[in-house]
Design a protein around this ligand. Structure first.
Ligand code: UDP
Length: 236
């Protein structure tokens, strides 16, 4: 398997074709953005952490039968993934109020929700990724009703698995964002993108300290250290 032509550069990753049909190479960058790209910076070593942590969590989910695009790690900041058509949706699961939920519903940050909340957002930069409901998804043709149901149940299953796994490592899983794609050929719904301190809120259970991208978003300092701490607790 060889790395072939560059295909696409996103905010945090680059995508390359490989010599093998249906397999793609993802390279994780240290670039960080927040607030719709209005804040830009670098988190030294983030690409390595997010690559390794995502690989670790995708493998964990695979063992629990949650299908995802991860194939194998091939470098510090590179992984091999299966090709998919990525849906223009972000699925967020929340256990504790924070971020946009706190703002939208006036809930104090840190309030433990009586049950997990699943939200869907339309991935559209011009519209600033609006919150949308299942009718909107159908009307826009972003996913079928079956796919929507499957994404919801997969997201809740991922939440159960990750929440327990992180709890055992002294971390509260506050909320996280998932993306889904339809596999090339079969059209099977797979978890794609990444699962990392960029896409999850992770709080130390003992101290409440934030160990995620909120440190960068809100200039809390100790950003690199927080990412390294998550890698240490998950992978050692
Ligand atoms: N999130 C993400 N990418 C996005 C938006 C949100 O990974 O484009 C993650 C974010 O890190 C958090 C969760 O999804 O773990 C919920 O984010 P929220 O809606 O509270 O938005 P934010 O406060 O991050 O703007």
């Amino acid at each position: 398997m060889e790395k072939r032509e560059f295909l696409y550069e996103g905010k945090a990753k680059k995508l390359f074709r490989t010599s093998e049909a249906g397999l793609y190479l993802v390279e994780y960058k240290d670039d960080a953005t927040a607030f719709d790209g209005r804040k830009k910076g670098t988190i030294v070593g983030k690409g390595v952490v997010n690559n390794q942590v995502s690989a670790h969590l995708f493998q964990l989910l695979e063992r629990y039968g949650v299908p995802n695009h991860f194939v194998e790690l091939i470098g510090d900041r590179e992984m091999l993934v299966r090709g998919t058509r990525v849906l223009a949706l972000e699925v967020v699961v929340r256990n504790i109020a924070a971020g946009s939920l706190s703002k939208r519903l006036g809930l104090e940050e840190g309030l433990v929700l009586p049950e997990p909340v699943v939200e869907t957002y339309y991935k559209n930069d011009e519209l600033h990724d609006p919150l949308i409901n299942y009718d909107h998804i159908r009307v826009l043709g972003l996913a079928t009703p079956d796919e929507v149901e499957t994404m919801r149940s997969m997201a809740l299953r991922v939440n159960e698995i990750l929440r327990g796994y992180l709890f055992d490592r002294g971390i509260d899983l506050v909320d996280f964002k998932l993306e889904f794609g339809l596999s090339e050929g079969e059209g099977r719904l797979l978890l794609v993108d990444e699962i990392s301190p960029d896409t999850c809120r992770l709080w130390d259970r003992a101290t409440g300290e934030k160990l995620d991208k909120d440190r960068f978003r809100h200039d809390l300092g100790g950003v690199e250290e927080a990412y390294a701490e998550i890698m240490r607790r998950l992978i050692g």
